[in-house]
Ligand binder design. Sequence first.
Ligand code: PEP
Ligand code: MN
Length: 375
Amino acid sequence: MNTDTLTMEEKKTGTKLNITPVEEWPVFKKRPLIIAGPCSAENEEQVMTTAAALCASGRVDIFRAGIWKPRTRPGQFEGIGSPGLRWLRRVREEYGLPVAVEVATEKHVYEALKQGIDAVWIGARTSVNPFALNEIAAALRDSDVMVFVKNPVNPDLELWIGALERISNAGITRLAAVHRGFSTWEKCSFRNQPRWQIAVELRQRIPGIGLLCDPSHMGGDRAFIGDLSQKAMDLNYDGLMIESHIEPSAALSDRKQQLTPVELMKVLGSLVLRSPTSDNPEFLETMEDLRSQIDVYDNLLLDILESRMLVAETIGRYKKEHSITILQSNRWKEVKDNAVDKGVRKGLTPEFIHTILEAIHQESIAHQMKVMKEE
Ligand code: PEP
Ligand code: MN
């Protein structure tokens, strides 16, 4: 189905997939589900010592290690390949930890399934590609592995949903999405921009879909992992995928963003977990009261916007009578500068004022255009 042609209403209805909620997966012990392990499996000793430390913590549910590494540029460590699967089997046998690898082709899937790997993830450079997804989905058909689908590198929710649908259509029910952020041309402090609203909308569009955050690839720096993980918890994500290496400074890939197992436990130990709901009657009553105040303000905002657009239409008619153009850049710049000054004094951020005024201005122009076209 070409989702570009869906109406807003159809998009809101969402996609019904046959999904087992993350809390019902046998690996799930408590919120958040934790997937941890090195970016890449490098050698048997590195894999086993990292797994030993993560297993000893008792807090890791699935051990990850990439053996086929999609590197952006050639000439870098591209993973150890199939021999790494045997090391992962050892992790499962000796530490009882379910193991996960990244798959990008049907060959990867066949090899992973042959070695009894418990979970696979589809990376951001693969989830952009419907052909690759069809191939991977066909190879996974009716297997009982857990499948995690990272967001595509570009901020395209439809592609992410499409990737999840393709895997679901292959009969996989233990399926979850991993939010690892989106590439941008502009430099930003994170390696990949979070754009949290895209993941939040994904959860609305596919009710019941599990959602994990990967703060390692999102932040690109170990310094950001704590804050990003906390944000994911505050948004009620089901789990976290975090890279952990026994000696990050010697890692062959993603050195800056990996945590030692001890550092990882510190991050997990300091997470504050808030519950999404409460049955405390006093809390519920106070919330109801506060929410009704919010509703009053939202309605006021709508009334004010309606009045503002009526004035814009009057201006449109007046300009039409006098043959004046709609857009007058100087006037608009003045309005914006004044609003930013005033808004900042009221504790609002300049970015917010900018966004909201741009949106109001667009709508205003549309109203003026409408009346200018009237006979
Ligand atoms: C990874 O998890 O090691 C990886 C390559 O991630 P991403 O696809 O998010 O870049
Ligand atoms: Mn990595």
